[in-house]
Design a protein. Sequence first.
Length: 84
Amino acid sequence: MSEHHTSNLIVMANRIGQFFESMPDRPEALMGIANHIRKFWEPRMRAEFQRLMDDPAQPEVRDIVRQAWNAHRALLCEALPAPT
């Protein structure tokens, strides 16, 4: 995917994280982020974001998004296309 598309995924993920960050129940917020990404992002988008999350040097992603991804990785990685 293009660098522009990759940066858009980060921006979108951070906006989702920002919305859920104000929730007082952290586990519920993490599940909300995961559910939103699972429901509204197509598998190719999630596959690309998985690649980004596997890069420990990816500092641009909010901590809450990274926590949600790690906590609900199995849900988010269901039915992803094979890496190319």
